[in-house]
Every structure is written in structure tokens, then in C-alpha cells.
Ligand binder design. Structure first.
Ligand code: BES
Ligand code: MN
Ligand code: MN
Length: 454
């Protein structure tokens, strides 16, 4: 039996197993789900064993465990290190889901569940591709799996694990499916990811909540001040005003920008999908550029004062916001966090005090397009989809990609099969059945071409 036939014959089994995986609520951010996160790690370990690894293990960390597994066919063959994550984002707000987030359903040829695409569905394709190659005797590379449970909370312990296990993780290439492609009929390969600086700010006005009539107009309202401060962080061209913010931003050449913008992009479809009448972003750049090669700053949450039922006349003592900045080469997460903190304190009026607390960050990454691994991935897509994949820069972040380069000296192939419309991190996250099965097939083809290219 060849790989194609094996996948065709096992579609129902492959799907049922993924649905079982999706039923376990592995929310890494919420300690309430700690036991479920571990159960998910065990599920992944068992599935690797059943698929045919030599050994699989649960590696303890200070946080959620990492699952490691390997199949060494022959020391002289190239080794592929597969990275993925089995943890998921919180499913809140639950009431906006059409069906419960941890009770997967299939509708319109799509699997609906938290993690269906990010990243359980995409990660599990690798386990099933491996099973397929084992069962059909067609595995042409050594394989190592490193599947973590803390990607959605910043991968703090993965960095430590990588540093402590350089030998164990030795490989020729890292392979990840945790990004998106342009469309099912327009395959693409991700060659860049943005970095991230994430912080929380706290603005304090008076030492206690005040009557907004007795004091209003005479004492700084920290919510008003916070809004003014946030507004001032961008100018009328949506250019970020933090001094030094753009100093390290790598400018692309005119040819590189043209190549990037040659990728198909349907602005009307984009607006229709999001129900917006217009887009908004940095002047002088296209939407592809705004999310791919330009840094940005966004408020992720803002709160303070009275938000209960009815009206309470109050001039609050405190206001808060969570602010993220997406970074591009060669910005550094640490430097940008420092620049932000300094600037935010500098622009605060004397009437308030501000506190800035950094959260996790991550570095941007670009991956080579002139390597044997890229060529193998490109050939795999071409064989599976009948089209050469277009290199694209994604706006999201996978901080460990730059860490792999730094600590292991390894490049990554970002072979994602999700779509931007899959609603990852959102209610009604889904993943196409086409993408799941096509992904499994494309992955097996990557191994075939990579073994030949090396
Ligand atoms: N898989 C995503 C990143 C992603 C999504 C890359 C779509 C490209 C296209 C990943 O799970 C994620 O959500 N990363 C976080 C960063 C992390 C430090 C919390 C992100 O991008 O917000
Ligand atoms: Mn992910
Ligand atoms: Mn994610």
C-alpha cells in the first residue's frame, strides 16, 4: 500500500482520533485545566507510541510537560525535528460559540473546536503522517517530536529544555505546522514571523475612587488619561511615536516588497469576512506589508472604573490596559519593551502615576528560501496541491523559531495548513477536513523530498 492509499483508507480513524484529542480542554493559561493539560500530554505520548516511535516520554518542566518522541531509522539519514503544541487558548467567551468548544462537531466539512487548527489539528497531522510512513515502510528520515504545552503562554520552559537537551534534539531541520496558507487553492509557505513585546500598564490617579460630581473636572481621571496616552502612541499616519521604535526595523528592497505584494490578496473578500467597511493601518504600506513586515502596537484589553449594571457616578482611582507590540527583524523584544516603558512613563502627566509590567516576549524570525529544506517543502506542496507555494510573511508569532536558530543553529520550515479565516483564538475556531488530510499527505511528501535533497 502506498502512503496515499493508507491515508485514504484511514481517514475516519485519523479524524476520530483528532476529535478525541480536541475533547480534552488543554488550556495552558488557566490552572483549573492543569490536569487536562497533562492528560493531553499523555494522549500525545500514547499516539506517538502507537504510530511507531522507538521511544516516547513525558518530560517534566517547571510548568506543563513537554512530550518527546523519536524514531531513528539510520544515523546516516537526515533528521527532522517536529515541533508543535498541544495546549490551546482559553475558549472564552463561551456564549459566542455555536457549539461547545470542547465538544467537536463537523459542519460544512470543517471541524469546530478550540485547538482544531491551533495547534492540535496541525500538530496531529505530523503524528498521522509519521504513522502513515511507518505503516507503508516509506519513512526516509529520522524523526524527533517535541510537542510542548506552553506555547500559548510564552514557552518559558521550552527555552530551558532546549538549552539542556542540545544533543537529544540534534537534527538537520525543524518542521512546524502552526501557521496559515493563503487559500486552499493557493498554497503558501511561511518564511517570516513577527516577534512580540507584551506589557500591562497601570495608571493611578487619586488614592481612592471619588464621587465624580464632587471631584470631577478638578482631579485627573486615570481612565481618561490612559486613553489620551494610548492615543498619543500613534500619529495620524498610524506611525508609532515611541522614540527609537523603528531604529532597527529592516527595510525591504523595492524588489522584495514587489514580490511580497505579488501574492494574491482580495481586499473586498477580506473586508466582507470581517464585516468592516474599511481597513486601517500604517500609511504607505499594503495590508500584506502591514501584517507581514511592519511592526505595530495594539491594546488587547482595557479596564477600570464601574462596568456593572446601571450607572455609578465614580471617578476611579486606577485604570489598566494590556498592550502588545508585534515586532519585525531586527527589532529586539527586550529593547522595545524598555523603549516603551521609558516612553510611557515620560508622557504621563504629573497628575497620575504609571506602572509598566512586562509580560512574555518573543523575537521575530525569517527562514531561508534557498535551502534544501525549503526546496523539499516547496516540492511537497507542488506534488500535493499541483501548484508551487508562494512564500509569505505571517503576522503571528512563534517565539521558539528564533530560539531554535540561536540555541541549536537550526533553520525552520513553516509548513502551515490553516487559513486566516479559521478563527484561531476566537469563538468557533475550526479547521477544514481538506486541510487536515491534505496536510498529512503533504508532510509525508516533505520527508520524501527532503531525504532526496540532503
Ligand atoms: N500558531 C500561533 C501563531 C501564528 C498564527 C503564526 C497564525 C502565524 C499565523 C501561535 O499559537 C500563537 O498564537 N502565538 C502567539 C504568541 C505567543 C507568545 C502567545 C501569538 O502570535 O499571539
Ligand atoms: Mn499555535
Ligand atoms: Mn495560538
Amino acid at each position: 500500500m502506498n502512503t496515499h492509499e493508507y491515508i485514504e483508507n484511514n481517514k475516519q480513524k485519523f479524524l476520530d482520533e483528532l476529535l478525541d484529542l480536541l475533547r480534552i480542554p488543554s488550556v495552558s493559561a488557566d490552572s483549573k485545566f492543569k490536569g487536562d493539560v497533562r492528560k493531553t500530554a499523555e494522549f500525545v505520548k500514547n499516539s506517538l507510541e502507537k504510530a511507531g516511535v522507538d521511544k516516547a516520554e513525558i518530560c517534566e518542566t517547571a510548568g506543563h510537560p513537554i512530550v518527546y518522541g523519536e524514531k531513528i531509522v539510520d544515523k546516516d539519514l537526515p533528521t527532522v525535528l517536529v515541533y508543535g503544541h498541544y495546549d490551546v487558548q482559553p475558549a472564552d467567551p463561551y456564549e459566542l460559540w455555536d457549539s461547545p468548544p470542547f465538544e467537536p462537531v463537523i459542519k460544512n466539512e470543517k471541524i469546530y473546536a478550540r485547538g482544531a487548527c491551533d495547534d492540535k489539528g496541525q500538530m496531529y497531522m505530523h503524528v498521522k503522517a509519521f504513522e502513515t510512513m511507518m505503516a507503508t515502510g516509506s519513512l526516509t528520515c529520522n524523526v524527533k517530536f517535541m510537542i510542548e504545552g506552553e506555547e500559548e503562554v510564552g514557552s518559558d520552559n521550552l527555552g530551558i529544555f532546549v538549552k539542556e537537551n542540545r544533543q537529544k534534539l540534534a537534527a538537520d531541520i525543524i518542521l512546524i505546522s502552526d501557521t496559515s496558507m493563503i487559500a486552499n487553492d493557493t498554497p503558501s509557505l511561511t518564511v517570516g514571523l513577527r516577534g512580540l513585546s507584551y506589557l500591562q500598564v497601570e495608571v493611578t490617579g487619586p488614592n481612592r475612587d471619588l464621587h465624580s460630581g464632587v471631584y470631577g473636572g478638578a482631579v485627573a481621571n486615570p481612565i481618561n488619561v490612559l486613553c489620551e496616552m494610548i492615543t498619543s502612541l500613534k500619529d495620524e499616519n498610524d506611525h508609532i511615536t515611541i522614540p527609537g521604535f523603528y531604529d532597527k526595523v529592516a527595510e525591504l528592497s523595492a524588489e522584495e516588497r514587489k514580490a511580497l505584494n505579488d501574492a494574491p490578496f482580495d481586499l473586498d473578500g477580506y473586508k466582507r469576512d470581517l464585516d468592516i467597511n474599511d481597513i486601517k493601518g500604517e500609511k504607505g504600506y499594503t495590508t500584506i506589508e502591514r501584517t507581514g513586515i511592519r511592526p505595530t502596537l495594539d491594546v488587547n484589553g482595557i479596564w477600570g472604573g464601574y462596568i456593572g449594571e446601571g450607572a455609578k457616578t465614580v471617578l476611579p482611582s486606577k485604570a489598566y490596559a494590556k498592550i502588545s507590540m508585534r515586532l519585525v527583524p531586527d527589532q529586539s523584544s527586550k529593547e522595545i519593551t524598555e523603549l516603551f516603558s521609558k516612553h510611557f512613563s515620560a508622557i504621563a502627566p504629573k497628575s497620575v502615576k504609571v506602572k509598566v509590567t512586562p509580560h512574555h516576549g518573543g523575537e521575530p524570525a525569517v527562514t531561508p528560501t534557498d535551502s534544501p529544506a525549503y526546496a523539499a517543502a516547496s516540492a511537497a506542496f507542488e506534488e500535493a496541491f499541483g501548484k508551487t507555494p508562494i512564500p509569505t510573511r505571517d503576522g503571528g508569532s512563534i517565539p521558539i523559531v528564533s530560539l531554535f536558530k540561536k540555541e541549536l543553529g537550526l533553520d525552520t520550515v513553516l509548513m502551515g495548513f490553516g487559513l486566516d479565516s479559521d478563527a484561531i483564538h476566537s469563538p468557533n475556531e475550526h479547521y477544514g477536513l481538506f486541510n487536515y488530510f491534505k496536510g498529512i499527505e503533504t508532510i509525508t511528501l516533505f520527508y520524501k523530498h527532503f531525504a532526496k535533497a540532503k
